[in-house]
Design a protein around this ligand. Structure first.
Ligand SMILES: NC(=O)c1ccc[n+]([C@@H]2O[C@H](COP(=O)([O-])OP(=O)(O)OC[C@H]3O[C@@H](n4cnc5c(N)ncnc54)[C@H](OP(=O)(O)O)[C@@H]3O)[C@@H](O)[C@H]2O)c1
Length: 226
């Protein structure tokens, strides 16, 4: 595939590496080359099979809109824009492109969501639950998109909204914990990302999966098919 990656940051660079290893043709655009999504015209995107966005919450909506207008499928790894989810979904569904988004493209964290969903049965048995998330000091959004997805997964299976506490420190890649505490015992669930490679590989597999598809997809629902 011909893949255009938006963002030459910590994750975008690894996505480029992972895509090249899977024998894709890769181009990367940095912010200076693409202010407000201006590089994403139909002309510039001719020959591109998929765009992958790992930019910033401030940049991502303009990038998504430009890809939709150019009729290009897009994989969105960027987080911090989910209050716009309904509007973006409508734009995608009325346009005939494919969009795959995910707060976390690692297979491990998606398994973790399922474990948390199952363990949330504790909330029906006098346990009190909390979510903690830790990320590097430069992360722009808080709580993390992953913590919000975790909260949603637990809400869907238990009807209860757990409080999220965020820590920003050092160079932590991404740690998410769920604690269920009762007067008898505590249950600790923890997912600790060791590197960003898991996200990058998942995003590339996601772009391959999205090829030829139309519609609005959440990585959480499709990762088993990769
Ligand atoms: N879904 C997942 O699995 C997953 C995993 C990791 C990270 N993320 C999310 O992905 C996003 C990026 O994370 P990161 O850690 O890689 O951040 P980062 O290192 O700060 O990289 C973001 C990059 O985006 C560039 N950028 C900004 N606007 C742009 C535009 N219009 N066109 C092209 N590039 C643009 C920035 O360039 P300048 O520095 O020049 O502005 C920067 O290099 C965040 O929202 C993060 O939460 C998601």
């Amino acid at each position: 595939m011909n893949i255009l990656i938006l963002g030459r940051g910590k994750t975008g660079s690894l996505v480029a590496e992972a895509a090249r290893e899977r024998k894709h043709e890769v181009r990367v655009l940095a912010s200076a080359e693409n202010p407000h999504g201006s590089a994403l015209t139909a002309d510039n995107l001719r020959g591109i099979d998929a765009v992958i966005d790992f930019t910033t919450p401030a940049a991502v909506i303009a990038n998504i809109s430009a890809c939709i207008h150019a009729g290009k499928n897009i994989v969105v790894g960027t987080t911090g824009w989910y209050d716009e989810l309904a509007r973006v979904r409508e734009m995608v569904e009325s346009s005939g492109v494919g969009l795959l988004y995910g707060a976390n493209f690692s297979v491990g964290i998606n398994l973790f969501f399922e474990i948390a969903r199952t363990a949330s049965a504790a909330l029906r048995h006098q346990y009190f639950g909390q979510i903690f998330e830790r990320h590097h000091a430069h992360k722009k959004d808080a709580p993390s998109g992953t913590a919000l997805m975790l909260q949603k997964a637990i809400r869907e299976s238990s009807g209860k909204d757990l409080e999220i506490t965020s820590f920003r420190e050092g160079d932590v890649v991404g740690m998410h914990e769920v604690v269920f505490a009762s007067s008898n015992d505590d249950i600790y669930l923890c997912h600790d990302a060791k590197s960003r490679r898991g996200f990058a590989e998942g995003a590339v597999l996601g772009a391959e999966w999205l090829a030829g598809k139309k519609g609005f997809f959440d990585f959480r629902d499709v990762w088993r098919e990769l």
